[in-house]
Ligand binder design. Structure first.
Ligand SMILES: O=P(O)(O)OC[C@H]1O[C@H](OP(=O)(O)OP(=O)(O)O)[C@H](O)[C@@H]1O
Ligand code: HPA
Length: 174
């Protein structure tokens, strides 16, 4: 669906935009594990600023393709009060994960909290979320690769692929 070259080109553009927007600010980038690991590292290298990187781990889908309640598996270590925070996510699907995480981070009173998502499914977003940066808008189909999984597999693929879900899983995620 998206080749590694297309992804790399878009990541470079996003890095240039973020560099321009955050010059002179105290930027903390928070990558959301596991799905955003590859994207966060590539994006950070495309940003020409002395950023601080931190990580959180949140699980909403477990091993399947049906959303549950977001669960915090690993918290950040940085203090965010008064700083500019950019959450980096692989995919915005229902919006459950990002809306939950952003609300949690805002409690630390950062100067600003924005997010950068590589993929957005505009037709499935249930929570009103306006990411400041979006790599690609895609259809509602399940995707995997470039850090993104199907049942914990395929994160190591360089390209992003559409996954044909078994019909039971399709029904469950519809
Ligand atoms: O917009 P939503 O419907 O909340 O879906 C997006 C979230 O789902 C996936 O995470 P998952 O829970 O599968 O954990 P993972 O990052 O470890 O794969 C993905 O990485 C996002 O964090
Ligand atoms: O399409 C997807 N692929 C992998 N993980 C996901 N989490 C929400 N949507 C997706």
């Amino acid at each position: 669906m998206l080749t590694s070259q297309q992804i790399a080109d878009r990541v470079r553009q996003l890095g240039t935009e973020i560099t321009r927007d955050y010059r002179g600010r105290d930027l903390v980038i928070i990558g959301v594990l596991k799905g955003a690991a590859a994207f966060t590292v590539d994006l950070a290298r495309a940003i020409d600023l002395p950023v601080v990187m931190d990580w959180t781990a949140v699980s909403t889908y477990g091993r399947g393709s049906t959303a549950g309640t977001p669960t915090l598996l690993k918290d950040i270590g940085e203090e965010l009060a008064g700083r500019d925070v950019l959450v980096v996510e692989d995919i915005l699907d229902s919006g459950a994960t990002l809306s939950w995480l952003m609300a949690r981070l805002r409690k630390q009173a950062p100067a600003s909290v924005n997010c950068c998502v590589l993929l957005r499914k505009p037709h499935t977003v249930a929570k009103p979320m306006e990411p400041r940066y979006v790599g690609f808008d895609i259809t509602e189909h399940w995707v995997a690769g470039y850090g993104i999984d199907y049942a914990e597999r395929h994160r190591n693929l360089s390209d992003i692929h559409e996954v044909r879900l078994p019909s039971a899983a399709l029904t469950a995620s519809a």
